[in-house]
Design a protein around this ligand. Structure first.
Ligand SMILES: NC(=O)Nc1ccc2c(c1)=C(Cc1cc(-c3cccc(C(=O)NCCN4CCCCC4)c3)c[nH]1)C(=O)N=2
Length: 300
């Protein structure tokens, strides 16, 4: 197969922006297929010291693209020219989840169950492959033409090395989780352990899931502040409230995910699948294993 180059695509509108990247809607002139092409400026990557993040994103996307799951954006191919790197990925026609939450103000229980259930399935698959997303938020949950999710943006992801291969210098013997020296993720969804001991574990994605379930029902994330310092203080003090009328089962589930100790969050003691989350009363009647072939409930 000949290596693709920018001239194989007709570039359209900008559909996403990052500090060192722009995502375009593009059409492959040979297949007429629509793709999302993430274009990264090499100079910007070097200036922002993001080479490692770009490498991690490509590695995670390659593993996921070959894993057979439809719950993630697929990386079709990459190429570069003198100034830029190009990542050709799946195009999710309906954009990300945030405008849908903002548009209706609050998801009903059926929508919250379905979409948080699809996100849980994605986390099960991701964590089974020893990959942590570390920046899970509604803007990174995309919706395809059938309104099923595709998780995107693995720029903050981490592939947890196999225990015997891990670099001991960063592993604190008393602590089964690896230490990372860089703060990653988006402030409102960042877990307390990433703020304090800088430890990384799949449990940080479960914290973010708790924040997303709260936001689906309340319309806003649980921890909010104009100042990042005050926001971090609220997270570390678990300083958030449930609005009146918040679904009682969902409240109980969120309370079991927004736990300061990452080892005490619901699901952290499960292996393979998050059975203790799947069996929570909020998900009563939801068949997780057929979600991908179920028509999503309307968002209204
Ligand atoms: N950082 C990243 O890696 N970002 C990525 C990666 C892959 C990727 C990605 C981002 C995508 C983002 C995306 C953005 C959009 C989009 C942008 C602007 C407008 C719309 C749009 O209007 N869609 C119709 C749905 N609207 C949404 C709001 C409520 C009414 C209905 C979609 C579609 N897909 C994508 O499709 N594939």
């Amino acid at each position: 197969v000949t290596k693709r180059n920018p001239r194989d695509y007709i570039f359209g509108k900008v559909i996403g922006e990052g500090s060192y990247s722009t995502v375009y809607l593009a059409k492959d002139i040979h297949t007429n297929r629509e793709h999302a092409i993430k274009v990264c400026e090499k100079q910007q990557i070097i200036r922002e010291k993001k080479r490692e993040q770009v490498r991690r994103e490509k590695d995670a996307l390659n593993i996921l693209s070959n894993s057979g799951s439809s719950l993630f954006v697929k990386l079709y191919c990459t190429f570069q020219d003198a100034e830029r790197l190009y990542f050709v990925m799946s195009y999710a026609k309906n954009g990300d989840l945030l405008p849908y939450i903002n548009k209706v103000g609050s998801f009903d229980a059926a929508c919250t169950r379905f979409y948080s259930g699809e996100i849980l399935r994605a986390l099960e698959h991701l964590h089974d492959l020893n990959i942590m997303h570390r920046d899970l938020k509604p803007e990174n949950i995309l919706l395809d033409h059938n309104m099923h999710i595709k998780v995107a943006d693995f720029g903050c992801s981490k592939i947890l090395e196999q225990p015997d291969a891990v670099d001991k210098s960063i592993l604190d013997e008393n602590n089964p989780r690896q230490r990372s020296n860089s703060f990653v993720g988006t402030a409102q969804y960042v877990s307390p352990e990433l703020l304090t001991e800088k430890t990384i574990s799949p449990s940080s994605d479960l914290w973010a899931l708790g924040c997303i379930i709260y936001q689906m029902i309340a319309g806003l994330p649980p921890f909010r502040s104009r100042s990042e310092y005050m926001l971090f203080k609220k997270i570390l003090n678990l300083d958030y409230v449930y609005p009146d009328g918040f679904n009682a089962d969902a409240k109980d589930l969120v309370q079991k995910l927004l736990v300061l100790d990452p080892n005490e969050r619901l699901g952290t003691k499960d292996d393979q699948r998050y059975t203790s989350i799947r069996s929570h009363p909020f998900y009563n009647g939801l068949d997780f294993d057929t979600l991908h072939v179920t028509n999503p409930p309307p968002i209204y």
